[in-house]
Design a protein around this ligand. Structure first.
Ligand SMILES: [Ca+2]
Ligand SMILES: [Ca+2]
Ligand SMILES: [Ca+2]
Ligand SMILES: [Ca+2]
Length: 286
């Protein structure tokens, strides 16, 4: 930066000369830590600041939490800790979704469902698409028992996802819900698949198509279903607009299920027999 300065010389030199115009260099303003310049990675911190914070001067995001080093401290975050508040959500993901990355009581999802920052990269075929094996399950927003809208694709990107479709007053649906914990008609079947679901090795999303009153399901129905079948880690999502059920081609016939890979592509599904998906899951855990 340069400052244009106008200095009127005094009459001691000459009263006949015009005022001299002098260009003065202005140094960059010192930042909060009193140092200047040398921000190689462009994260807003210079080399001295990076040394003080023990961050990598050649890596704008030292802790790989999708929040640049220079943005961490102003938001109360530690640039060397990816999940500063320890609430399971990375600092950058919290900031990107408008949440407080320094407050463990402020979560992307109140109930702690996973978050997938890359979900927009999944080629969503759009609502209402009926899918088959090898095709991508359409995205949908389900309502959990906290009445929050939960994006199906937030369960993508990690591992297998087992999606079941149930109705609140259906005995075979009860059997599916109780299967991994050893109750109902399917107890003891597909033991490795059941263990994978109960251990959390496979994400389980239980879509509630209708409530026990056979009316459109909502948060209250999700809460009732969850209370009836308490399965830690299982996301019970009401589907009040019946967007997800038709995708598996079983509109009106439940329970149903599909097994998805980490990219939301269908590995197995069951238009008429949910056990197809359960057996496929078992086959992945020999
Ligand atoms: Ca830097
Ligand atoms: Ca970071
Ligand atoms: Ca966090
Ligand atoms: Ca937080």
């Amino acid at each position: 930066m340069w400052l244009l300065a106008s200095c009127a010389l005094t009459s001691e030199l000459s009263t006949d000369l015009p005022p001299a115009v002098v260009i003065l260099p202005v140094p960059p303003a010192a930042d909060a830590l009193g140092t200047v310049g040398n921000d190689v990675d462009g994260d807003g911190l210079d080399a001295d600041e990076e040394a003080l914070l023990d961050t990598d001067p050649n890596d704008a995001d030292t802790d790989d939490d999708r929040l640049e080093d220079g943005d961490e401290q102003p938001l109360g975050c530690n640039p060397r800790v990816a999940d500063t508040d320890g609430d399971s959500y990375l600092d950058g993901d919290e900031v990107a979704t408008g949440h407080d990355a320094a407050d463990a009581s402020d979560l992307i999802y109140t109930l702690g469902w996973p978050y997938n920052p890359f979900k927009d990269e999944i080629a969503d075929p759009g609502p209402g698409s009926v899918v088959g094996v090898g095709e991508v399950m359409p995205a949908f927003l389900g309502i959990d028992r906290a009445a929050e809208a939960v994006h199906l694709y937030d369960f993508a990107g990690q591992g297998l996802v087992f999606v079941t479709f149930s109705v609140g007053n259906c005995v075979p649906c009860d059997d599916v819900a109780g299967w991994p914990s050893g109750s109902g008609a399917y107890a003891g079947l597909w033991p490795d698949a059941a263990a994978a679901l109960t251990s959390g090795d496979v994400a389980w999303v239980d879509v509630l198509v209708l409530g026990a009153d056979l009316l459109a399901a909502g948060a209250t129905d999700a809460a009732a279903w969850d209370a009836r079948w308490p399965r830690p880690g299982v996301a019970v999502l009401a589907d009040p607009s019946n967007l997800a059920g038709p995708s598996v081609g079983v509109n009106g016939i439940y329970p149903a299920a599909m097994l998805l890979d980490a990219n939301m592509t269908v590995i197995a599904l069951n238009p008429l027999d949910w056990t197809v998906a359960a057996a496929a899951l078992q086959a992945t855990f020999p």
